[in-house]
Design a protein around this ligand. Structure first.
Ligand SMILES: [Zn+2]
Length: 441
């Protein structure tokens, strides 16, 4: 199958081609160059009409199950701490999930991700009363029905008792064993909630079931209480605690890491583990500021996620910069090179570790993961200022994706889903959410 996108402003991740073409052959990018004078016998040609074609976005930490929480209001919700946000909202919501709600939330979350130009996501799933088979349901919705790349895991935790902790371990181990190494669309990690809800017995059991070459996906030092609680209960800080069980590896994703100290950062760097920053979620929960310099200066592979708060990676990146400047009262903090590194260098490197394929650049041989944005620049757009357009144009005004491809497969065409009826799916999701909200105790 040969496809061509013609007449696009192409940003391949580095270069800008003002009137460019992208050639796709069997799901891979075959060539990128100027449209003028090009000859390519494509089976299918898309006229981008001057829209901006860029590498599809990667969301390195999200929770698709949160997509059915929009508009939910819970009586008596008045958290005084991050733990109380979990207790009063998320741990009440996740217990109400049944198999059907797992599927629907994943489908809607993935559709919204696609609408935001996300072609790859790393999900962290929780449904304590519907654990067995939940990752298959999420995979079928995200990878098969919507068609995105997704790395999935189940959030193992002791917070709902021994039986559910064991079911969580079993679900991760079962799912990891079903993965086909040839399938770059679907991958997996070993999911853990956070140190504060994981006893040593469970971490020992996880370590015993942990496949070679796998990674964990866990929240680390998100709330200010996580570290002191760990020291009090286990006599050690969180990062060395996880390391003691052999869980810090190059494919391990540590989300947040807001309150880790310098020694812990050194240990993360030494183990070459991954850190994912989620600025809007952090600000929403009022949990602290990410030490962007501290991670990047150590050479730690630090990327960007939304933590389930939408899927707009440009809004997330814009906020990452604002958060640094505001917290440090320094207009030069969170500078463009650092932001570029988070989303456009490190997220593709994270995806490469997790999926085994290199995305994030529109170059020959790379998978054709492409987002075509409905963006007309009112000022010159050229090499070196694309990030300025993406942040102060697209992120600030409107992110509209007209066409989206994952491995050459069209997900969106002219702003519409190719294989899904969005109105029908959303009508179904509203009914599902109504039932889900009624079950919340
Ligand atoms: Zn999270």
């Amino acid at each position: 199958m040969k496809q061509a996108i013609e007449n696009a402003v192409v940003w391949d991740g580095e270069r800008v081609i003002e009137r460019g073409s992208i050639r796709i052959e069997d799901g891979l990018i075959a060539a990128v160059g100027p449209t003028a004078g090009s000859r390519f016998a494509a089976d299918e040609t898309i006229d981008a009409e001057g829209r901006l074609a860029i590498p599809g976005f990667i969301n390195a930490h999200t929770h698709l199950y949160s997509s059915l929480a929009r508009g939910l209001s819970l009586p008596g919700y008045a958290p005084q701490s991050f733990t109380q946000i979990l207790e009063q909202l998320w741990w009440r919501l996740d217990k109400a999930f049944d198999d059907s709600a797992v599927t629907t939330s994943a489908l809607v979350g993935a559709m919204e991700a696609a609408r935001c130009g996300v072609t790859t996501l790393v999900d962290h799933h929780a449904s304590p009363n519907a654990i067995p088979g939940s990752l298959d349901r999420v995979r079928d919705a995200v990878c098969r029905r919507v068609g995105l790349r997704a790395a999935l895991c189940y959030e193992t935790s002791d917070r709902d008792g021994d039986e559910r902790a064991l079911l969580g371990i079993q679900e991760n181990a079962r799912f990891l064993a079903t993965l086909d190494p040839q399938d770059s669309l679907c991958s997996g990690l070993f999911g853990l909630h956070a140190s504060l809800t994981l006893g040593d017995g469970t971490l020992r059991a996880v370590a015993a079931k942990f496949p070679d070459g796998a990674g964990i996906h866990i929240h680390v030092a998100e709330g200010p209480e996580d570290e002191p609680q760990c020291v009090k209960r286990h006599g050690v800080r969180i990062v060395p605690r996880l390391d003691g069980f052999g869980l810090l590896r190059p494919r391990s994703i540590l989300a947040h890491c807001l309150h880790v100290d310098a020694d812990e950062k050194d240990l993360i760097a030494k183990r070459d583990a991954i850190v994912v920053h989620n600025p809007r979620s952090n600000m929403n929960n009022a949990v602290g500021t990410f030490d962007l310099d501290g991670f990047l200066d150590r050479g730690i592979l630090a990327g960007l996620g939304t933590d389930g708060l939408g899927a707009n990676m440009l809004a997330e990146l814009f906020t990452a910069g604002l958060a640094q400047r505001q917290a440090r009262q320094d207009a030069l903090a969170g500078a463009f090179p650092q932001l570029d590194r988070l989303l456009f260098e490190n997220n593709p490197a994270i995806a490469e570790r997790v999926f085994g394929v290199r995305t994030g650049r529109l170059v020959p041989g790379a998978p054709a993961d492409i987002a075509v944005l409905d963006y007309a620049a009112p000022t010159p757009l050229a090499e070196g200022n694309v990030l300025g357009h993406l942040l102060f144009g697209v992120a600030v005004h409107a992110l509209r994706v007209s066409d989206l491809f994952v491995g050459g497969h069209p997900i969106l065409r002219k702003g519409l889903f190719v294989d899904l009826d969005e109105r029908e799916e959303y009508a179904h999701a509203r009914e599902e959410a109504r039932r889900l909200w009624k079950r919340i105790a």
